[in-house]
Each structure stands twice: as structure tokens, then as C-alpha cells.
Design a protein around this ligand. Sequence first.
Ligand code: PLP
Length: 452
Amino acid sequence: MRIAESRVLHRSLRGDLPIAARGEGVRLYDTRGREYLDACGGAAVSCLGHSHPAPIAAIKEQAETLAYAHSAFFTSEPAERLAAELLKRAPKSFAKGRAMVLNSGSEANEAALKLARQYHLEQGQSSRGKFIARESAYHGATIGALSAGGHRARRATYAPMLIDVGRIPACYAYRGRKEGESEEAYGQRVADALEREILRIGPENVAAFIAEPVSGATLGAVPPVKDYFRRIREICDKYGALLIADEVMCGAGRTGTFLALEQEGVAADIVVIAKGLGAGLQPIAAILASERVVKAIENGSGALAHGQTYMAHPMVCAAALAVLETIERDKLLDNVRARGEQLGALLGARLGRRPHVGDIRGRGLFRGVEFVRDRESKTPFPTQAKLAQRLKASAMARGLMVYPASGCVDGISGDHVLLAPPYIVEPSDVELIVERFALAVDDALAGVRADF
Ligand SMILES: Cc1ncc(COP(=O)(O)O)c(C=O)c1O
């Protein structure tokens, strides 16, 4: 459809958009009958593909029984069951914790920041109201979440409205590691920046440090180097700051374990998960609060200083329960790991030696490919070349959905593509994804070469 003729306030008011008509398994179809192999789940959302019967049945049943009951008047069975199921999948320190269910990653991160602040207040540490986050992070679009985010281009328009957040470098070995420096030494160096930032702000003022365990939208599936998060945990503990893991994109099984931080052997104090938890069938995000955080409130004011109309929505919770049950019953995390290995290996074999492919990275079914003009110097393409957008367009033209982003180098320049196919993806789908992606890369680079 021509956007100029639409009455929807779209993300871009120029160009065209196909009209999505239906979804089936790992494919979406538009109203012209064109097929799109979904290699990114939109934004790492559709983990069960597009027509999985289990959550659909759960939503129908819940809608017919109880669609909505305000959380200040009632609790509901799906909300109680979902909280218990989520905490079961979290580290031990969450066994006596609690879960709050909201509807988007941004608002959940916003609520997580507020929860961290309340935790300190409950303990009489009223000066602790500052947060520290990383460069190039993405935590969402609302003011608090955007303030925590470190992507320059996304923050620029709203700069005068944002709150002051302490900043440390990302853990991004491909670009940050110095010549001759080991991965571990690099990890300790960038983690140690947190200690310096806490001391600069004053430990008595710091509420929490927030980070994505595997960086998603803005850096493109960048996993941490070994022991980075162990050092981060040590520093948080030393200065009494909470650790918030933003697993909105990388959590709920995307990297092959239910929580991505599990693989680092570290537990956060507050975890936020979202996208894969609802698999796109309902808008959901959940905040998991560890026992330590919950106890402070239970022993203090006894009330959460935060509330929203659609908190713990029964239909949303019922859908998420069905998603969790399906992931477990069908052993989908085994598939995430196996197909993830296959995807990583095929990307490496097909694209790894190309002159403009700088880095291929990721874990599970969460993979990123970063493009460079020159491999040796890692120089990105000029921003005017809009390579990431060209990659998205050329992939769509070949019937493939990938998630493009720019700004991985400095918040403005640098192009990468994120691949996050559904957990139900078959080996032959993975082959087709890489096949179509390699052709789309050729098309996009040919366009750039012709224009620049
Ligand atoms: C790590 C992370 N946090 C927060 C968000 C914001 O979530 P939402 O777009 O649902 O508000 C995103 C979205 O991409 C994300 O990737």
C-alpha cells in the first residue's frame, strides 16, 4: 500500500508497505499472496511462528471465561499460574520472588527502574535514584527507558526530555577489544568502567545498573565475553547497586536457555522479559523481582508504588502460559540450540569470507551480521548509503524478513542485520534463510556500489 494514502500514522510516512494478510508457521503472506520467510520474528517476537494452535486456543478460552478483571480488585488464575511458572524458570534467588506482568518491553523497563528505586527507598536509602547503563544499549521508547538507552540517533530528538543516566561502554569485543588484548582482559576492562562510574556518581546515589545480557536491536546479537557479567555482578554487590537484566529481546529462550544471563553463571536482581514470552499472540512483558527486592517491599511499605490498567491481564497471561508450555512440551529450546548452531555455521560458510562482512555473531536463534566497507580497518559504509535499510528491502524482495539496524559503530554509522527465526524453524528453513539472505546481501551491496 502507498503510505501517502494511509490514515495510519506509520513509522515512515513515505514509500510503500505490503499489507499482511495471514501467517502460517514460519511464513507470513501479504494480500497479494506473496510469501515472506520470517527470519526475524518481526523484532525477535514470533517464537512459535504465526499460527500455533496452543496459544490461540488458550486466548479463545480465556476470552470466553474472563477477558479482564482490574488487578486492584482481583487476581486471576492465569496471572497466578504465569508468575509461578516464570519464577520456576529463573535462578534460585527468585524462588521466593514475584513477577509483574505488563504489556511492552519499554513500560516493563520503566517499571523495573522504578522498582529498583523503590527497593532502596524501602531500606531508607533515599539518595539512591541514579541509574547507569551502557553505550549503544536499547531499553525502549518511553522516556525512562530511552534515557537508559545509549543509541545516539534514537535519543537525539528527545534529548532535552531525557533523564540523566550514567554511561559506560558496551561489551562489544569486535570493535572494542585492543590489539593483543585477550577477550577476558577486554571484558574486565569494560566491566571495570562500571566501578569508576559508580564512584563518579557516588555509590550512595546509585540505584541500579541496567544492561542487555546479549545486546539486541542496536548492536545486533552481541554476546558478552567470558566473565564480563561476573565482574559486573561483583561491582554491583560491592556498592549496593541492583543489577537489572533487560532480557526483553534475548530472554524467553531466544539464546537457547530460558534466560540469557544463565549462560554467564550470574543472576540479576530484576529481570525483564517480553517478546518471545507472548510469541506475538498477545502484547506482554514481565518483570521478575528476586526475593531480595520483594522482601524489602514486604518488610517495608507493603505496596508497589506502580500500577497500570492492564497489569496482569488474564488473556495476556493465558497466552504466555500456553507459550511456555509449548516451548517445554515440544522441547523447543533444544531446537533453538541445534538450529542456532546450524544457522551460525551456514552464515559463516556462506558469508564469512565476503569482503564486506565484518562480523557474524550471536547465540541460539539470535544472530547478527555486521557489514563494513573495509574488513581490515572495520570502516563502516557511509550512513547516506543506508545499507541496513537496503538489506531489509532486498531481503523482502526475495521473500525474506530480516531485522536491519544502523548505528552499531557510534549510534549513527555502522550497519547490521539481526536474524531471529521462530523456535520451530526446520533445518530446511534455515538453509533457505541463509540462501535468500546471501542473495539479498549481493543485491544490496550491488546497489550501494552503484550509488557510492
Ligand atoms: C532489549 C530491549 N529492551 C526493550 C525494548 C522495548 O520493547 P517494546 O518495543 O516492546 O517497548 C526492546 C525492543 O526492541 C528491546 O530489544
